[in-house]
Ligand binder design. Structure first.
Ligand SMILES: NC(=O)c1ccc[n+]([C@@H]2O[C@H](COP(=O)([O-])OP(=O)(O)OC[C@H]3O[C@@H](n4cnc5c(N)ncnc54)[C@H](O)[C@@H]3O)[C@@H](O)[C@H]2O)c1
Length: 388
């Protein structure tokens, strides 16, 4: 199917997802994807949060947020903008922070949990799903405990710290008959989707090569610098955006990977995880990609796709707002700044997962998608000589 720009413009975020979702990754088996086919994104009533913690929240999906850190502070306002999702529970080791957040989101005291009594969420009917926003090494444990409590799981990226954990998460969610989605927000983001649409429509001809990078200068003391908590360095954290983008832009899975890593700054930050990783991938069609990630300097997240008849440059591509797509499609220039503001990407992500939960559909970015990235991360590390 070929999409004109007008066709594309007629669709909202979810509408675009509806038509492109099965093609986001050409090798993903065709599933019953969780996207509305009529372009609508609104599901459910405007029922508010119950105050007694004892009844359901109408047709909205109620989320317990696990870990009230930085990403949770984007996700929760995003949920507030949806019509089908609501924050109904909080899990935190800091009661004062949880109390403040509960007041802001109308969460009753009875729906505030800590890491010790977390499993009691099983008895809370207002909590349908959890949003796992913890350090990477805690994703598997809390996703599995949530599944055992009968709750659907929306888990932040990277899915976990190794392939075995990913497999255990998938198995636990299957056994409990709950949905599992990895929070790859770029899958639901219009500028990234527009790049995919241009490529699939043949607008730049045969893709030949991709370049992508994402990194930042990390502050000392971050849990991200602990191998135990993070699993690895910038590749786990932000390099994963470039890895995942190369896969959704090509619609292929890499079959050759070669990588290098280095530590340049001997200032104590990189005693456990790498500072830089550069890797190359070859895809079955012959497309080649080269990617870089760092914790040693500011590296704007972007991708550039070179085709036989043009190019697409999305820069920035991975941050929360201000995305910008420029392209040359067989001599036709395209310049599309995205004016959407944060937390629109989190709104789209939550809307999608809630829609899947409410309609028994498979999310666009299920556990298997996170598992694939973890398997490629493992290969990249092995190629770079980093022990995993
Ligand atoms: N999708 C995105 O755009 C995006 C962006 C940033 C982070 N993330 C992911 O979200 C997750 C959380 O990242 P963040 O930036 O919000 O981190 P953060 O440090 O800001 O928040 C982590 C939360 O976990 C809690 N926590 C519980 N046990 C902890 C422990 N042992 N050590 C440290 N913190 C502990 C902290 O109190 C805090 O509330 C990570 O997996 C990260 O990769 C995703």
């Amino acid at each position: 199917m070929h999409w004109s720009r007008r066709d594309f413009a007629k669709l909202g975020v979810m509408g675009v997802a509806a038509h492109l979702a099965p093609r986001l990754n050409a090798q993903t088996p065709q599933r019953k994807m969780g996207v509305p086919t009529d372009g609508s994104s609104s599901v459910g009533s405007k029922t508010g949060v119950p105050t007694d913690g004892s009844s359901s929240v109408g047709s909205k999906t109620g989320y317990a947020v696990i870990g009230l850190g930085r990403i949770a502070s984007h996700f929760m306002p995003g949920v507030r903008l949806t019509t089908n999702s609501v924050i109904t529970g909080l899990v935190s080791g800091h009661r004062d922070k949880a109390d403040r957040t509960a007041a802001e989101y109308g969460v009753p005291q009875s729906s505030i949990y800590n890491y010790d009594n977390f499993d009691e969420i099983a008895n809370n009917k207002t909590i349908d799903a959890v949003y796992v926003a913890l350090p990477n090494s805690m994703h598997a444990e809390y996703s599995i405990r949530a599944a055992k409590a009968g709750k659907h799981v929306l888990c932040e990226k990277p899915m976990a710290t190794n392939v075995a954990e990913c497999q255990a998460m998938i198995a636990a969610c299957k056994a409990a008959n709950v949905k599992l989605m990895i929070a790859y927000r770029c899958h639901y983001e219009p500028t990234n989707r527009r790049a995919i649409q241009l490529i699939r429509s043949g607008a730049i001809g045969q893709v030949q090569a991709i370049e992508s990078a994402f990194g930042f200068d990390i502050a000392p003391g971050e849990w991200r610098l602990s191998k135990k908590l993070a699993g690895g360095g910038p590749l786990f954290d932000v390099g994963i955006y470039s890895l995942n983008a190369c896969r959704y832009l090509t619609g292929e899975e890499p079959n050759r990977i070669a990588a290098f890593s280095s530590v340049i700054d001997r200032d104590g930050r990189f005693n456990e995880v790498e500072e830089n990783v550069g890797w190359a991938m070859k895809f079955p069609s012959g497309i080649v990609a080269s990617c870089n990630t760092t914790y040693g300097g500011s590296m704007e997240g972007y991708f550039r796709v070179h085709g036989s008849k043009g190019w697409i440059d999305v820069n920035p591509a991975f941050i929360y707002e201000g995305l910008h797509l420029r392209a040359d499609c067989d001599g036709k220039p395209i310049d599309e700044p995205n004016t959407a503001r944060d937390p629109s990407q989190f709104q789209a992500e939550a809307e999608h997962f809630s829609h899947c939960v409410q309609n028994g559909l498979e999310p666009q970015s299920p556990g298997e998608e996170g598992l694939r990235d973890l398997s490629y991360i493992t290969m990249i590390y092995r190629s770079a000589g980093i022990a995993t």
